[in-house]
Design a binder for this molecule. Structure first.
Ligand SMILES: [Fe+2]
Length: 361
């Protein structure tokens, strides 16, 4: 065993001791073979060094190795459906970029009908929720632009709207709320938006202004009022902890509160320079830990239940290195379903402390 600085860690090394956060929470068990996302996760938790087995390069993991089949994202990325979606996504993205830039920088008109038509067509090209989220999760990079984020949020909003059984007019309004929610970011210097490190308090105050800029850009256009309010209010939270106004549940816009959920989900499943993308169950756990009272109960519960349900029966990798199938969801703890191993034994993850789903296989 030897201690290795996280900058010297390599995929394939095996942990010799459980890795814990400063507060003592175990984030990787002993005997787990390190992967690149796991190593990135260590820096996210500010871990400086860890103990690895043997000389750190050749020891075999104590826990079972993950399945040797291609990992889930590789399977998606080589599929014909993904290639088609990627092509169509870039086309729509480019069109949205041109439309928004023309309006914000060239005083052109904001052609929302065409943006909506293209986004709806892209949405309809995915036959199931699983297909839509598989596509979106695998297109992510930490260089995602405001436009890519806006398109993804619009697609997720439309999916949530369908889960909420909204009518077609409301679905179209909600999709436009997602497409235009961050338009104010075009008025924020791009060096600041694309800064790889976390913001200082002063920088964050500047970035927060994008909500007011967005509202100002839309307020005089003949658009549904929910679209304008979503640009202003998508960072508000029901418990008053959001910005720019610190509104509480009764004063927030209902469409903006759906955009808020889609916005957070898209940000968490995106790669960041300081952490790997989170898998859907890690995102659900993050929502559960952050506190569901920040969101409209009906919206957040509908969203999290459907996201968890989307991955029911999928094969997953646990943080102790074992793989299993999700066989049953826990309604009160959606991030911790019941999983079944290949030998037929089952574990209810809601009863096992830090054992959790690390990725979809
Ligand atoms: Fe925003």
């Amino acid at each position: 065993m030897r201690r290795v600085n996280i900058n010297q860690l390599k995929a394939g090394m095996v942990t010799a001791e459980p890795v814990t956060t400063r507060s003592g929470q175990v984030i990787i068990e002993r005997g787990v073979e390190l992967t690149r996302p796991l190593i990135m996760r260590l820096s996210f938790y500010c871990v400086n060094e860890i103990a690895v087995a043997g000389d750190g390069e050749e020891a075999a993991p104590a826990a079972a190795k993950p399945a040797s089949a291609p990992i889930y994202s590789q399977k998606i990325k080589t599929s014909k459906e993904f290639q088609t979606f990627q092509f169509d996504h870039s086309f729509v993205l480019n069109s949205i970029k041109n439309t928004m830039e023309d309006y914000v920088f060239e005083d052109g008109t904001l052609e929302t009908d065409e943006m909506l038509r293209q986004t709806t067509e892209l949405f309809d090209s995915c036959k199931t929720s699983l297909e839509l989220f598989d596509m979106l999760h695998n297109m992510r990079s930490h260089k995602d632009s405001v436009y890519a984020h806006s398109l993804n949020v619009a697609l997720i909003c439309r999916r949530i709207g369908k889960w909420l059984k909204l009518d077609s007019e409301a679905l179209d309004t909600l999709t436009l709320c997602g497409l235009l929610h961050d338009i104010g970011k075009l008025k924020v210097p791009s060096e600041l938006l694309n800064k790889p490190d976390k913001y200082t308090a002063e920088e964050f105050a500047l970035v927060k202004n994008h909500t007011r800029y967005g509202y100002d850009l839309l307020k005089n256009l003949p658009l549904n009022t929910h679209i304008k309010k979503s640009a202003l209010s998508h960072h508000e939270r029901c418990d008053g902890s959001g910005y720019p106004l610190g509104l509480t549940k009764d004063d927030t816009d209902v469409y903006a509160m759906i955009v808020a959920i889609a916005d957070v989900y898209d940000a968490m499943t995106a790669a960041r320079s300081y952490r790997a993308p989170l898998c859907p169950f890690q995102v659900i756990e993050s929502f559960e830990q952050e506190g569901l009272q920040k969101y409209y109960p009906k919206f957040i519960l509908t969203f999290l239940q459907h996201i968890a349900d989307t991955y029911r029966n999928n094969r997953v990798l646990l943080n102790d290195g074992r793989s299993a199938n999700i066989v049953m969801l826990n309604k009160s703890r959606l991030s911790k379903p019941v999983v079944q191993f290949d030998d037929g034994s089952c574990i209810d993850l809601s009863t096992t402390g830090d054992l959790h789903i690390q990725s979809i296989l």
